[in-house]
Design a binder for this molecule. Structure first.
Ligand SMILES: Nc1nc2c(ncn2[C@@H]2O[C@H](COP(=O)(O)OP(=O)(O)OP(=O)(O)O)[C@@H](O)[C@H]2O)c(=O)[nH]1
Ligand SMILES: [Mg+2]
Ligand SMILES: [Zn+2]
Length: 299
């Protein structure tokens, strides 16, 4: 399995390492792999050949078919996305958190919401925040690497998942969390900066860390503002609270966007409805100028 990429090299962990040889190999790839446009990513299962055990080198010859692929961060074969956001420092920003959640939901993989730095809020504020995200359809995992809160629970969850991906804004403590979960790991953790206490993009590349036998977690570089998903007709399935509502009371119109359609059965009294609305409007707005342009081109 490819566990890290370094410049032009792939770090590959062997499934059955020889007793007297290295368990990880630094690999180049056969040029024909590049020609076919088959890029190799972290999480890929690959076949290696031309193994040089003395220097722990080899060549990647084939990439196995994938069960999933995330574009950003680029990870193959993940089955769960952990969206990590801080309860504070950087400040909890519902719009930003939702953008991460929508992007994660769009993959169709299991999505877990992890609230980090829980030591920074008192119990009341914390339970308010928990209720708030429960209203969005998420049962959050509350953690703190400072107090140790939730680490056992998260460890138990992750041990069941072959590859999970930890993503979220810069500075929320993703690398610190993995250090807390995996004794012996010493990932670089960065200070926050500025009035908004943003992260400084400390982690620069994607890397998989073995967690328990057969289960790995990817640390990824934080980024701050994911794009909204671009398919307006599928937006409703990306909101778990809307999904639940529609499962119980399906809207009677096919292709309804649940905006101002008379007779639409979707209620408006849920917290993220305005966000849903804005997302729909924004996406329709984005598509309109393109249509206008192509109309003009035709004239
Ligand atoms: N109060 C508090 N601070 C934390 C906790 N975990 C991490 N931090 C601090 O948050 C800052 C950022 O931590 P990182 O682990 O580098 O954050 P990151 O999400 O990996 O950031 P990028 O790699 O830039 O995406 C550091 O100053 C940590 O000391 C926590 O549980 N509580
Ligand atoms: Mg990091
Ligand atoms: Zn409707």
């Amino acid at each position: 399995m490819v566990v890290a990429l370094q410049a032009n090299y792939l770090e590959v962990e062997l499934e059955h390492p020889p007793a007297d040889g290295p368990s990880r190999l630094l690999c180049t790839r056969r040029t024909r792999l590049n020609h076919r446009g088959a890029l190799v990513h972290v999480g890929d299962r690959v076949q290696v050949e031309a193994i040089d055990p003395d220097h722990a080198r080899a060549v990647v010859a084939e990439v196995e078919p994938r069960i999933s692929f995330l574009v950003r961060p680029p990870v193959a074969n993940a089955s769960c996305i952990l969206v990590a956001v801080a309860v504070d420092q950087p400040v909890f920003d519902a719009d930003q958190v939702s953008r991460f959640l929508l992007t994660a939901e769009k993959t169709g993989l299991q999505v877990l919401l992890v609230l980090t730095k829980c030591d920074l809020l008192n119990d009341d504020a914390l339970s308010q925040l928990r209720q708030r995200v429960q209203g969005w359809g998420y049962e959050p995992i509350l953690v703190s690497t400072h107090s140790g809160l939730g680490l056992e629970q998260l460890r138990a969850q992750l041990a069941k998942i072959p590859i999970s991906v930890l993503c979220g804004p810069s500075g929320v403590g993703k690398s610190a969390l993995l250090n807390g979960l995996l004794p012996g790991l010493a990932l670089r953790v960065g200070a926050l900066s500025g009035r908004l206490q943003r992260g400084r993009h400390t982690t620069r590349h994607v890397e998989l860390h073995e967690f328990a036998h057969g289960s790995r977690v990817a640390d990824t570089p934080g980024f701050n503002r994911p794009e909204l998903p671009d398919d307006v007709s599928n937006l409703e399935v990306l909101f778990p609270e809307l999904r639940a509502q529609l499962a119980q009371h399906p809207c009677r119109f096919r292709n309804c966007l649940h905006r101002d359609e008379p007779g639409c059965g979707v209620t408006r009294n849920w917290e993220r409805y305005p966000l849903y609305r804005r997302a729909v409007d924004e996406l329709l707005d984005v598509s309109r100028p393109f249509r206008a342009d192509s109309d003009r081109d035709r004239q």
